[in-house]
Design a binder for this molecule. Sequence first.
Ligand code: HEC
Length: 157
Amino acid sequence: MKFITNIISIALLLFVLQACGGESADQSASNSNETQEQGLSAFELEHGIGPVSERLAVDAELDEEMINRGRNIYEMKCEMCHNMEGRMVGPALGDVMERRSPEFVMNMILNPGGMARNHPEGQKMLQEYMTVMPFQNVKEDEARDIVEFLRQQAENN
Ligand code: HEC
């Protein structure tokens, strides 16, 4: 009999602990103004999650050297899965700079797995394309060069 009482009290204790845990998690979410959908900040919702966590200074004028470097990397590491127009393994990128911010595109390049797992836009794309974009071993400044190349493509559209 004592044994059963012990089991019941342990079960009760676990139940109470779990209930408390849940409550405090809810509270911490509603206490922070920054947390919104899926616990992401407003910046992350608009510009993605990854190493780029603040707005970049992007000159309205295009930089030819960056475009050339970006084009080279794009041809080696991206073209096998992306068209400028029309879907392939991944979405068309000819108009991506009209749809997404430079920071979003860089975070997508630098943290594609995290975007697919933890960002609502990444999750939507994963559902549509059924492939997680692989990280292509691109450095942050190279990702910035690719953005410049994609900006140029968007202008030529
Ligand atoms: C093996 C195929 C593959 C390669 C290689 C690849 N991608 Fe992707 N990419 C995808 C898929 C699939 C998606 C859709 C998101 C997902 O499901 O992970 C995507 C999504 C994207 C997006 C988001 C597009 C949008 O509409 O928001 C960008 C930007 C992008 N890729 C850029 C690149 C760049 C730049 C490279 C080269 C460094 C690259 N990708 C290499 C498959 C690939």
